[in-house]
Design a binder for this molecule. Structure first.
Ligand code: COI
Length: 366
């Protein structure tokens, strides 16, 4: 039976005056909106007890499994306010399906696509006043997640799990998109190996990226580009974003996901949009040697990171340490013309400024 996510009576709301202040400068979800969607799963009864309630604490005991073994998955999607005030999701069914795949990998109970969609629409309808207008590409970022919520210290899959959706207003994650970011290329740390959890959207993948991210930050970089765990020669993804290189002859190279790279919804949209912009999508392995030589020789002229939170963020430089020396590979600054064109095409669809021939946008409310 499908779940309903009804608002529990008597919840409280932020005052309109305070909300105006928050929406003016929301950062990347510095503030959470008034409500959350929740549901509980047990091995005996399946999914139940679904509702929308005030954003607030979970009752988590110290012995709860997720705190010890990270049995957890999550998603990220955005709601956009169009000029006429209406609210829209971008491809929410893709998030629902990817979460099912992530749950399979983490051996968590998956939430049916229909219930995922009911929950995100219900939360966004209740908290619709929290969606900023599109100035500065602000939107509402939503974070659905499922975690092992049973107390025990044995290593096994939990017999009780919690699903929740929280969110809040968000500016783009990395920069305003028009300011290129510098990226640290790590060949010491790995994000994912064959047969691992690289293709799942789970907290552990992001935790394992943090030491590399710190190393990058110490060199002035905002993000890290990971290479394959076996040889550290093949480009994979950033710590939470997919990677694209743009060639001088207008190809968009991105590595195949191949079980170690997250199947990004934005990545997929860019590959779909590319031909309409005169670009050739080229999904194939790309080595660091090819990438660096291509930059030096002028065959690779731009690179960008993409993701729901990051949107499309131009890469200004790649920094890589070999034998103690930091090598700097300059890309484009200001933003290259291909990165700019992709960004604009995507944002125009998301903000309803261009036709949506792919049926990506789904109306939430008028
Ligand atoms: C997303 O883009 O939705 C992510 O989860 C990435 C994270 C860096 C915020």
């Amino acid at each position: 039976m499908s779940l309903s996510f009804d608002l529990v009576p008597g919840t409280h709301r932020t005052s309109p005056e305070k909300l105006v202040e928050i929406l003016r400068d929301p950062g990347f979800v510095k503030y959470f909106s008034d409500h959350q969607a929740v549901a509980t799963w047990t091995a005996d009864a399946g999914w139940q007890d679904s509702k929308i309630e005030n954003y607030g604490n979970f009752d988590i005991m110290p012995g709860t499994a997720v705190l010890h073994y990270s049995q957890e998955v999550f998603e990220g999607l955005k709601a956009y306010r169009h000029d006429d005030g209406s609210l829209w999701f971008f491809r929410p069914e893709m998030n629902a399906r990817r979460m099912i795949q992530s749950c399979r990998r983490l051996d968590l109970p998956s939430l049916p696509e229909e219930d995922f969609l009911t929950s995100v629409y219900a939360l966004m309808t209740v908290d619709k006043d929290w969606v900023p207008n599109g100035d500065g590409e602000k939107s509402y970022y939503m974070r659905p997640f499922i975690f092992a919520n049973e107390q025990f210290l044995g290593v096994r899959s939990a017999a009780r799990a919690t699903y929740a959706v929280i969110g809040g207003p968000a500016a783009p994650y990395l920069s305003d998109g028009m300011t290129p970011v510098d990226i640290w290329v790590t060949t010491t740390y790995s994000r994912a190996g064959d047969g691992g959890t690289g293709a799942a959207k789970c907290g552990g993948n992001y935790a394992s990226a943090l030491a590399a991210q710190r190393e990058g930050a110490e060199h002035g970089c905002s993000q890290v580009l990971f290479t394959d765990a076996a040889s550290h020669e093949w480009v994979e993804e950033l710590g939470g974003m997919n990677f694209f290189a743009v060639t001088a002859d207008s190809a968009l190279i991105t590595p195949p996901t191949a079980g170690t790279i997250l199947e990004g919804v934005t990545r997929d949209a860019i590959l779909t949009l590319a031909p309409s912009l005169g670009l050739t999508p080229d999904v194939r392995p790309i080595s660091l040697s090819e990438l660096f030589a291509g930059i030096v020789e002028g065959d690779i002229v731009e690179a960008f990171a993409c993701g729901t939170a990051a949107v499309v963020s131009a890469i200004g430089k790649l920094l890589h340490q070999t034998d103690g020396e930091v090598e700097v590979m300059p890309l484009t600054s200001p933003v290259g013309e291909v990165t700019r064109a992709i960004r604009t095409a995507l944002l125009d669809i998301q903000w309803g400024r261009a036709a949506d021939p792919y049926g990506w946008m789904h109306k939430i409310t008028d």
